[in-house]
Design a protein around this ligand. Sequence first.
Ligand SMILES: NC(=O)C1=CN([C@@H]2O[C@H](COP(=O)(O)OP(=O)(O)OC[C@H]3O[C@@H](n4cnc5c(N)ncnc54)[C@H](OP(=O)(O)O)[C@@H]3O)[C@@H](O)[C@H]2O)C=CC1
Ligand SMILES: CC(=O)N[C@@H](CCC(=O)OP(=O)(O)O)C(=O)O
Length: 354
Amino acid sequence: MAGKRVAVIGASGYGGLQTLRLLQGHPDLTVTFLGGERSSGRRWSELVPFLPLEDDLVVRSPDPEAIAAAADLAVLSLPNGLAAGLVPELLQRGVKVVDLSADYRYRSLAQWQEVYAAEARQVARQDDDLCREAVYGLVEVAEAQIRQARLVAAPGCFPTASLLALLPFLEQGLIETGGIVIDAKTGTSGGGRAAKENLLLAEAAEAVAPYGVVGHRHTSEIEQLAGQAAGQAIQLQFTPHLMPMVRGLLATVYGRLRDPGLTAEDCTTLLKASYRHSPTVQVLPVGVYPSTKWVRNTNRCLLSVQVDPRTGQLIVMSAIDNLIKGQAGQGVQCLNLLSGLEAGTGLPLLPFYP
Ligand SMILES: NC(=O)C1=CN([C@@H]2O[C@H](COP(=O)(O)OP(=O)(O)OC[C@H]3O[C@@H](n4cnc5c(N)ncnc54)[C@H](OP(=O)(O)O)[C@@H]3O)[C@@H](O)[C@H]2O)C=CC1
Ligand SMILES: CC(=O)N[C@@H](CCC(=O)OP(=O)(O)O)C(=O)O
């Protein structure tokens, strides 16, 4: 078998399903192990008949020994708190890991335990060293570090869209570090495949509603990376909204320009320069605003900048598919880098529109 062997743990969930779809026909990566809990013991073709795989594997319990025997790399797409039970043993056995959950996104275990307090009560973790070792997998800003990593923590969907919009302006010191506001909208698939009352059709259809106002868990994740880019601690306001759509995420980011003379054209030029080596990020011309439909089923992030000269506000709009660039596509980008490949290998950038 040419190329690397990949285990997908949490195969039957949304992140697992997207990962498997993206890896079908991948030139260098082959899926050799499927892991799950309730689906364990089921043959894939019976479990998910609409997504036939080249190898019709049986889903297995994620035993590290069995994973290491079958695979070089593992993607963990599990509810928060569960990856930490597998990662130390996988790394010990030489399996490199891309984790799609939040377990390794913070630089310290104590911070994860504070933000994910409910999950932390269920699991005993002592892997602070791995929290410090893990590389935050935002490929467009950390490609070189991800290539060298053993453990990559793929960013959350809101942080992905928000940070791609925000980081170039913070790195260049063009906006004030106080008063940043992120107003974001997401489709219901962001909540995963397991049943939840607020994600029922009758609850979410024909409605738009904010949730997690003040204290959503992605606030601290965004602040951590924003602070690193700015070189100082940052506190910002993040408010998500649930939209009556299946997939897609739009973040509108507001910051106050330090130089109110900067124009939308100036800011667009800066963004284009920042992402000139990143085919995943496309910066739209001034006055063209992104739609989630333009990135559906793609690994692309669309950015657009506007400036209001009356208020001195910078407004950056950022659209992604929460399940692809916000989750599994970013995970495959990281797998590619861990395998010595170009980050975008096998990943779609163009939508089937509409
Ligand atoms: N959905 C999104 O937009 C995004 C999600 N994420 C993160 O990615 C991760 C996965 O999310 P998502 O795909 O939405 O989740 P889902 O709820 O859709 O899927 C969860 C998967 O985990 C498996 N699983 C649950 N418990 C266990 C266990 N004890 N042992 C083995 N497998 C288990 C389930 O398998 P089974 O059915 O066999 O029990 C299922 O395949 C989460 O941490 C989420 O926060 C990150 C970015 C975006
Ligand atoms: C609609 C919905 O519930 N969306 C989720 C998105 C979570 C996510 O993307 O992932 P992590 O838990 O890995 O950070 C939320 O807002 O929590």
